[in-house]
Design a binder for this molecule. Structure first.
Ligand code: LLP
Length: 436
């Protein structure tokens, strides 16, 4: 989080993002839609997503992965309007809860191309998955395997299952989004797989399809992928040598996006890592990316309430978006670009400043010690790359209603979720009558 002269300035942030453009009169445009007009019509804070970016990125991925199935990880952004765009790009779905399953079904993702991961699936979740005829359950423990088999047997079906392997590989990403190290709660330890796989192959309610792995999110290098896939390929060979059938490998998600100016692997390079690792094994391969598709498609539009200068180390812009809207900076120390919407602000020399929301926590900040063009009260600001793990992670902390959501498509903006009314926060709350 240290300030750096090497940080991209607002102009460079815009230049690096095809969806953004600064118009001399209309100010910052997302896919040709003026953000100032969206703020005037719908208020702030407001999430704005570009349908064109979602489509383009889905296409780039499917083109980079010929012959490999792409399952979109709904957790990144599960708004039905986002799903409607992605479903048309012939992606499958990766889900982790019954709620996501219902969203995927509602959005029209084919059940046969939906994969259900997650460490805490309940009997009810599994029954629903069977009723929906989901394509694959990624089983994360020996205990879950037994339950899946029991549920399958009770329903008289064999459930298509992959065992999720914990390969003990450090993805080199933030601690809280690493999932493939020994001791992480995800997956079955590699050394337990051969015996469990053999056991699973004999269970009556299981149709054992293969293996799955997901080492973490915002993975910036290919080496951890290579290490994990190498271990899985060896495992496939060992299992086959035991006479066991392995038909599929789900290679997980996690491909990073550049939030600041990080060098990230290209999808083609990730694809090559996968095809090289599993070359000659005749497997049905799949991936489950979320962030790479959705993050660059969204911005959070917010307005400066006031700037505190007196008695501060640096100017502090207090804006109307906060950690309850965008949790990533508070939760992971994440860096998101901050760009003024006004074309005039871009001309002025930037100053080192902080940006925080109104929530009563010191951790509620959106940008720390950044070179930001000077802002005034009521200035509009776009916080970049929040299309993934943005609105889906928001809460109503400090009795703050959910922000509005807007989708831009071919230059036209449509409201896709109105701002939540404050009254909606307590609409379902019940106060017991204590007789006083
Ligand atoms: N598959 C599995 C089993 C996962 O757990 C995840 C993400 C994905 C796929 C998709 O990963 P992606 O391609 O989006 O990196 N809230 C955090 C990210 C949590 C990721 C959880 N699992 C953040 O804001 O950085």
């Amino acid at each position: 989080m240290t300030p750096s002269a090497a940080d991209p300035d607002a102009a460079a942030l815009i230049a690096a993002r095809p969806a953004l453009r600064m118009h001399v009169r209309d100010g910052l445009l997302l896919e040709d839609a003026p953000l100032a007009a969206i703020a005037a019509q719908h208020g702030t804070p407001t999430w704005v997503y570009g349908a064109g970016t979602l489509r383009a990125r889905a296409r780039l991925l499917t083109q980079a992965f010929p012959g490999i199935a792409v399952h979109y990880a709904l957790k990144a952004n599960d708004h039905l309007a986002v799903l409607a765009v992605l479903r048309c790009e012939s992606l499958g779905a990766d889900i982790v809860s019954a709620g996501e399953m219902m969203r995927a079904v509602k959005a029209g993702f084919p059940a046969a191309r939906t994969v259900f991961s997650g460490v805490g699936k309940t009997r009810q979740d599994l029954e629903r998955a069977l009723a929906s005829r989901l394509g694959q359950i990624n089983v994360e423990s020996a205990e879950e395997l037994q339950l899946v088999s029991d549920v399958g047997r009770a329903e008289g079906v064999r459930v298509p299952v992959a065992l999720r392997v914990n390969p003990d590989v450090d993805a080199g990403t933030h601690d809280k989004i690493s999932t493939g190290r020994k001791g992480d709660k995800f997956g079955i330890p590699l050394q337990d797989i051969p015996s469990l796989y053999e056991h699973a192959a004999r269970l009556p309610g299981i149709d054992l399809r293969g293996l799955a792995v997901h080492i973490g999110s915002q993975v910036l290098a290919l080496a951890p992928y290579r290490a994990a896939y190498g271990k899985l390929a060896a495992l496939v060979r060992a299992l086959r040598a035991q006479g066991l059938g392995v038909h599929t490998v789900d290679c997980g998600g996690g491909l990073a996006v550049p939030y600041r100016n990080e060098t990230v692997p290209l999808p083609e390079a990730w694809a090559a890592t996968i095809t090289n690792a599993f070359a000659g094994l005749d497997l049905a391969l799949s991936i489950e990316p979320g962030r790479w598709i959705a993050a660059p498609a969204g911005i959070l539009l917010t307005r400066v309430i006031r700037t505190r200068r007196h008695g501060m180390v640096r100017p502090l812009h207090i804006v109307d978006a906060a950690m309850n809207d965008l949790a990533r900076p508070a939760m992971y120390g994440a860096w998101h670009g901050v760009v003024p919407v006004s074309p005039i602000a871009l001309q002025a020399a930037p100053e080192a400043a902080d940006m925080a929301g109104p929530v009563c926590e010191s951790g509620d900040f959106l940008a720390h010690d950044r070179l930001i063009p000077p802002l005034e009260d009521d200035s509009l600001v776009a916080i970049l790359d929040v299309g993934a793990y943005g609105a889906v992670m928001s809460s109503s902390y400090n009795a703050r209603p959910a922000a509005a959501q807007v989708m831009v498509d071919a230059g036209t903006a449509a409201l896709i979720r109105p701002r939540q009314a404050v009254e909606d926060l307590w609409r379902t709350e019940l106060v017991p009558n204590r007789g006083s």
